[in-house]
Design a protein around this ligand. Sequence first.
Ligand code: PTJ
Length: 249
Amino acid sequence: MSKIPKSHPRYNSLMTREKIKNAMKSGIVHETGLIAHGRGEAFDYLIGESTIPPAENAEKAAAACLLLAKNPVISLNGNVVSLSAKNCISLAKEIPAKLEINLFHRSEGRIKKIIHELKKSGAEKVLGANPDAKIPGLDHNRGLCEKEGIYSADVILVPLEDGDRCNALREMGKKVIVVDLNPISRSSKNAKITIVDNLIRSIPNIERWVKTLKKQDKKDLENIVSNYDNEKMLREVLKFISKRLNSLF
Ligand code: PTJ
């Protein structure tokens, strides 16, 4: 671990880089996960590295949608586990939802390491090691999944998605919630609910909303979901970014 002084103005960001770098060295994060992280950092910079109002609304709608689900699943990849394993486990327990590993760069070695990491962080059951189903229309390894998990899920939370799978899951009639700092990615445009926030902030925010909304009637939760408009929310994010950039100088 590199020594980073707490007084450094970018201490949190540098510590996150250290975390993801070490997870890459231990085989949890794929090399290209570092590139994906860098793209995320750039967008995080644009929104001011904090949860912006449209993201907070999306997090609330996501919590309502997850609470209404019959078989909700949280899909995990290398980056997510390296940065948010404990938070995802805690959210899964609170909903409750299943956890399933789904990797773009799938190898048995990485699956084992990620399961080990999740168990070490407190997870009980983790799906994904024994895929017995395939998402139709996806030729790559992200199509592999388990019948009791992603395949039969009605709502899937995907912190960090690639556009192809988001589309394929929606084609299967599933509600896909993505966390993606890039508001113009294919996943962001195609998801039912897009949370333009860093997954490090977003997962605890969703859990906070789950705890609050649990006390509400089913009808109230349905209203939150049906009043949510993803396209409108994405336009608000773009407006927020341009206003923020215009006010900087
Ligand atoms: O672990 P694997 O094998 O499944 O591989 C995972 C990666 C990340 C390599 C793979 O899913 C990938 O290539 O992802 P993409 O297509 O680069 O998309 C990643 C998206 O996540 C980008 O739009 C980034 O802006 C966004 N992103 C990166 N870090 C964060 C993030 N969004 C929220 N929070 C982050 N911390």
